[in-house]
Design a protein around this ligand. Structure first.
Ligand SMILES: C[S@@+](CC[C@H](N)C(=O)[O-])C[C@H]1O[C@@H](n2cnc3c(N)ncnc32)[C@H](O)[C@@H]1O
Length: 192
C-alpha cells in the first residue's frame, strides 16, 4: 500500500513540475480532504456523479467509498499519464480524457439527457478568468438535478468561481491539515 501511494505521489509531482498551472498542487489530495469532498455528494442514491480533474484518483477513491456505483462515476482528466493511471487503478468507472471545460459534450454519449447527481471539481480555477469559469459553473448547474451540488475545492478564501445569477454558493468546510489547506465550496441553483 505504501509503495502504491509513493508511486502516485511521484507521478503527481512529475505532473506538477511539467505543468504547474494545470496540476496546481505538488501532491495529491489527502484522505481527509478527499472524504470531506465526497461527503458533499447528493444523498439521493443513484444518478451520475462527474469528477473534473481526478489526477491520480485520491478523490475518485473517496467518491466510490461514499457508495457511488462505479458505472455511475465519470472522471474527466486532461493529462494522458494521469488518465492511464486511473484506468489501471479503477476498473469500472468511465474515464474520459479531455478538457473539463467541455464536460457536457464529453459526457453526452454516457448520460444522454439524464440530469446529474453531483459534479465534483478539483481543476484549478483561480488562474482562469471568469469568462471561462462562469460558463463552466452555468453548464454544471444546467446539467445537474435541480438544487444538486457543484462542489469545487480551492485554496482561495473567496468563492473560486464568482457566483452567477440564480446560483448560491457556500463554503461548507476547510481542511487545514491538507497540503495546501483547502476550502470546499458548494454551488447550487436556486429552485422551487
Ligand atoms: C489540483 S490537481 C487535483 C487532482 C486530484 N483531484 C486530487 O485531488 O488529488 C488538478 C487536476 O486537474 C487536472 N486538470 C487541470 N485542468 C484540467 C482541465 N481543463 N480538464 C481536465 N482536467 C484538468 C490536472 O491534470 C490535475 O489532475
Amino acid at each position: 500500500m505504501k509503495g502504491f501511494l509513493a508511486s502516485d505521489e511521484v507521478r503527481f509531482l512529475r505532473g506538477f513540475l511539467s505543468n504547474p498551472l494545470r496540476v496546481a498542487a505538488p501532491v495529491p489530495s489527502g484522505r481527509k480532504l478527499a472524504r470531506t469532498v465526497a461527503a458533499q455528494i447528493d444523498a439521493e442514491p443513484g444518478g451520475y456523479v462527474v469528477e473534473l480533474g481526478p489526477g491520480t484518483g485520491a478523490i475518485t477513491a473517496a467518491i466510490l467509498e461514499q457508495g457511488v456505483a462505479p458505472q455511475n462515476l465519470i472522471a474527466i482528466e486532461t493529462d494522458a499519464d494521469f488518465a492511464r493511471r486511473l484506468r489501471s487503478r479503477f476498473a469500472n468507472i468511465h474515464i474520459l480524457e479531455g478538457d473539463a471545460f467541455s464536460f457536457r459534450r464529453l459526457i453526452a454519449p454516457v448520460v444522454g439527457n439524464t440530469l446529474l447527481r453531483t459534479v465534483v471539481s478539483g481543476i484549478p480555477v483561480l488562474n482562469r478568468p471568469k469568462e471561462v469559469t462562469q460558463p463552466l459553473l452555468a453548464d454544471a448547474i444546467a446539467a445537474l438535478e435541480p438544487g444538486a451540488p457543484f462542489v469545487q475545492f480551492s485554496y482561495g478564501a473567496e468563492p473560486p468561481i464568482a457566483p452567477i445569477p440564480g446560483v448560491e454558493v457556500s463554503r461548507v468546510a476547510t481542511v487545514w491539515q491538507n497540503l495546501p489547506p483547502m476550502h470546499i465550496w458548494v454551488y447550487r441553483g436556486r429552485h422551487g
